[in-house]
Each structure stands twice: as structure tokens, then as C-alpha cells.
Write a protein that binds this ligand. Structure first.
Ligand code: PRP
Ligand code: 7HP
Length: 177
């Protein structure tokens, strides 16, 4: 198997697991007595969701949406496509969107408005990675794992041309890859 062309490991697997535990602790505290619906944005967010939910100490449900804005490369197309919608009604529910990364913010801004139109009781966002410098639309983030620099990253769910999602760490990819 050809390995990825990695410039450096930005966040180790241990650092991710520790931060996920801390986020889960905070979320469990904030949602005590509630049963939030965790909405996972496929495909990148799937590793983060599965680790996060195992650490949560509140009852919760999960559901999935599939969207895509990065066609096949390292830059956003700017057009968000809904590939698959939720399977449950979120009206009157406490909703927590679980994302792997917020980059330009275009994806999340689109999803957030779409979900708000369905009248959830509350809507919050947790993202593992926040690439702040690249933001084009302001999106309110309630829980952030790590703020990262403006570099293309792979691993822990994040892909380059659909590959490398399985890496247990987050790494910066060499630009010439
Ligand atoms: C990635 C990521 C976020 C989005 C962030 O999804 O999972 O949803 O890009 O970028 P933005 O803030 O610039 O909109 P992608 O479209 O690559 O799909 P994937 O999760 O299947 O990899
Ligand atoms: C999307 C995305 N996917 C993989 N790596 C990154 O750095 C990314 N930013 N936005």
C-alpha cells in the first residue's frame, strides 16, 4: 500500500483521544437530563462520532447526513450538495451537529440553516478541528477540539481523494502529493 506523503503529524492519536474525552465530559455536563440527537456529517465525522459517543454519559440518539463540497481535491467547490438527509424528525429536539473540520464554514453554515428551519429545540455544534484562518462565513461553534493552521490535513476521518481516513492521527499533507 502506498503511504500518504506526510509533512508532519499535527495531532497524535493520544492527543485526539484525550481531547475527545474532555469534550465528552463537557457535553455530558451541558446536556444532563436531556437526550440530544447527535447529527453526524458523513463521511469525515464518523471516527469522531464513534469515539465521542462512547465517552458520553448522557442518553443520546444518532443520525446521519451526507454532504459534499470538496469534489476530489484540496479546495472547496463552494457548492454544498446534500447526498443523504436525516432519517428522523428533529422538531422540538436538542440537536448537536458533530463535524470533523470547519474550514471555510460553507458546509456547516448551509447545514445549520437547513436544520434550523426544522425548528429543533436547540442546535449546537461540536467540531474536532477548526481551521479558523480559512473562514469565509461565520458559524457559531459551541465545542472545538483543536484550532489548526491553514494546511491541508488528513487522518482521523479526513481524506485526500477519499483515502487516508483510517490514520489514527491528524497529519499535514505535503502540497505536492
Ligand atoms: C469536509 C468536512 C466538512 C467540510 C468542511 O467534508 O467533513 O464537512 O469539508 O469544509 P468547509 O468548512 O470549507 O465547508 P467533504 O465535503 O470533504 O466530505 P467528506 O466528509 O465526505 O470528506
Ligand atoms: C475539508 C478538508 N478535508 C480534508 N482536509 C482538510 O484540511 C480539509 N478542509 N476542509
Amino acid at each position: 500500500m502506498n503511504g500518504p506523503n506526510i509533512e508532519k503529524i499535527l495531532i497524535t492519536g493520544d492527543e485526539i483521544q484525550e481531547r475527545v474525552r474532555q469534550l465528552a465530559q463537557q457535553i455530558s455536563y451541558d446536556y444532563e437530563g436531556k437526550v440530544p440527537i447527535l447529527i453526524n456529517v458523513l463521511k469525515g465525522g464518523v471516527l469522531f462520532l464513534s469515539d465521542l459517543m462512547r465517552e458520553l454519559r448522557v442518553l443520546h440518539e444518532i443520525d446521519f447526513m451526507s454532504v459534499s463540497s470538496y469534489n476530489d481535491g484540496t479546495d472547496t467547490s463552494g457548492v454544498v450538495r446534500i447526498l443523504a438527509d436525516l432519517s428522523i424528525n428533529i422538531e422540538g429536539k436538542d440537536v448537536l451537529i458533530v463535524e470533523d473540520i470547519v474550514d471555510t464554514g460553507l458546509t456547516l453554515d448551509y447545514i445549520r440553516h437547513m436544520l434550523l428551519a426544522r425548528h429543533p429545540k436547540s442546535l449546537r455544534i461540536v467540531t474536532l478541528l477548526d481551521k479558523k484562518e480559512r473562514r469565509r462565513v461565520d458559524v457559531p461553534l459551541d465545542y472545538v477540539g483543536f484550532t489548526i493552521p491553514d494546511a491541508f490535513v488528513i487522518g482521523y476521518g479526513l481524506d485526500y481523494r477519499q483515502k487516508y481516513r483510517n490514520l489514527p492521527y491528524v497529519a499535514i499533507m505535503r502540497p505536492d502529493e
